[in-house]
Ligand binder design. Structure first.
Ligand SMILES: [Ca+2]
Ligand SMILES: [Ca+2]
Length: 291
């Protein structure tokens, strides 16, 4: 009884501090963030801060931005980007796939918020068309998907080493199944990368050592975000149909939530209790409490 009371007091203290808005069955429910400008991707840093990329005008340069959410409040973190999409954090840096280039933004210290170009368009083996998702590996390399023309041409996946050197992993010329790779997910070995395709809605796993591409699951429509939960399951978003799915270890697909206008690049919170879903066309960041 006393323990329950303590938990209650703790949760009430959090609510009054503005960290959270609602508690259901002793579980913290984060309140939806509204008023975002075409949010595409989201990531949470170790310190709890949540960063969201906002495309704003699609195809319009200079109006893209990164918003930071602290204690449920959204603030501008970095401005002057073009069409920022995939986000990844390595150390104290936030990496952003911004149209045809990858940016690096300091998250802390004197240079906080300062933007530099990490991989320029001209450093790619082929001119990128629509850089989309970013995924780090344990060695500090970054993988980036190029969704091409979003219709099946020009799709590719690239690797960027910590020094910013870009090499090709696989593209549509090598394997015709690579149409418009979007969400990426690296396994713990650093050898197998998974990719969900925006055109075919198929989830693939690609072994970079043996160079084999395998189908894992399908039916994800306009596949966008792809994340892994430490319990073994994965979550995939379908941008075109506004849905979020779970995929278990056996490859069974289950719908988790529907009704979004466009469920973009999802991410898990650091405690893995919540799935964060940018609803791009609605301009919202939704939070799904996981069971
Ligand atoms: Ca823009
Ligand atoms: Ca994406």
């Amino acid at each position: 009884m006393q323990k329950k009371l303590l938990v209650y007091v703790f949760l009430m203290a959090l609510i009054s501090a503005g960290c959270i808005k609602e508690v259901k069955n002793n579980q913290v429910v984060m309140q939806k963030i509204t008023g975002l400008k075409m949010p595409e991707s989201v990531v949470q840093a170790k310190n709890g801060k949540i960063y969201v990329s906002e495309i704003n005008g699609f195809g319009k340069d200079g109006d893209g931005q990164i918003t930071v959410i602290e204690n449920g409040q959204a603030h501008l973190f970095a401005a002057g980007l073009d069409d920022p999409k995939g986000l990844a954090i390595i150390g104290q840096y936030l990496y952003v796939a911004d149209n045809r280039k990858v940016l690096k933004i300091d998250l802390a210290g004197a240079k906080q918020g300062q933007i530099e170009v990490f991989a320029a368009a001209t450093t790619f083996p082929e001119m990128p068309v629509f850089l989309n998702d970013l995924e780090p590996d344990i060695a500090g390399n970054l993988y980036v998907s190029d969704s091409g023309d979003l219709k099946g041409l020009g799709g590719a996946i690239y690797k960027i080493n910590p020094q910013g050197k870009v090499t090709l992993v696989i593209n549509g010329k090598q394997d015709a199944r690579i149409l418009a790779p979007n969400g990426l997910l690296m396994d713990d070995s650093g050898e197998v990368i998974m990719a969900v395709d925006f055109v075919s809605g198929i989830l693939y796993s690609y072994n970079m050592k043996t160079k084999t591409l395998n189908d894992v699951a399908e039916g994800f429509g306009g596949g966008d975000g792809l994340v892994h939960h430490s319990n073994g399951s994965m979550f995939v978003s379908d941008w075109k149909n506004g849905k979020v799915f779970s995929v278990n270890l056996a490859g069974d697909v289950k719908e988790v939530k529907s009704g979004y206008q466009s469920a973009a690049d999802i991410a898990l919170t650091k405690d893995e209790k919540t799935l964060m879903v940018p609803d791009m066309k609605a301009g919202e960041l939704d939070f799904i409490t996981l069971q």
